[in-house]
Design a protein around this ligand. Structure first.
Ligand code: 5GP
Ligand code: ZN
Length: 139
């Protein structure tokens, strides 16, 4: 897609530091290096985010993620890894070509902070059932 940064990277118009590629996917270092080894996995074909993806494309992407994740862990003796995919501006997506972040973790102050707020006390069992039904009705 014209004017898409990751399409330009995937077709070679913009350089990247490449780790792996095949006909369907490209794996390269994220320029920001949130932590050492921060890597992106993208489909070569343009999809804006998870809401557009086909089962074939998500399969092609995730087929490669375990081996890339293991390689990053081994290369830098990382202690853990966050695998993150932001979908939509509100969720923090800034590049609108689907991508998965592989962010190795070294300690709590290594550059990434993930905070989950616990609202367990605000939802009854009935509330949870209502929420589940609303979602199920849309699958
Ligand atoms: P998002 O915020 O959409 O989930 O992630 C976009 C990511 O793309 C960011 O982590 C950002 O550092 C990375 N990024 C932005 N521009 C470039 C670039 O030109 N090259 C590379 N390798 N990564 C980029
Ligand atoms: Zn694109």
């Amino acid at each position: 897609m014209k004017n898409c940064l990751f399409c330009k990277i995937s077709n070679g118009d913009i350089p990247c530091v490449k780790l792996y590629e095949d006909d369907d996917i490209l794996v390269f270092l994220d320029i920001s290096q949130t932590t050492k080894g921060h890597t992106l996995v993208i489909p070569k074909e343009h999809f804006e985010n998870i809401f557009d993806l086909t089962p074939e494309t998500i399969t092609n992407i995730y087929k490669h993620i375990p081996k890339v994740a293991r390689a990053i862990m081994k290369a830098f003796n990382a202690k853990g890894m966050n695998i993150i995919n932001n979908n939509g501006e509100t969720a923090g997506q800034t590049v609108f070509h689907y991508h998965v972040h592989l962010i190795p973790r070294y300690n709590e102050d290594d550059g990434l902070r993930v905070i989950y707020t616990n609202h367990m006390d605000k939802y009854s069992k009935e509330d949870l059932e209502f929420i589940a039904n609303e979602i199920k009705n849309n699958i």
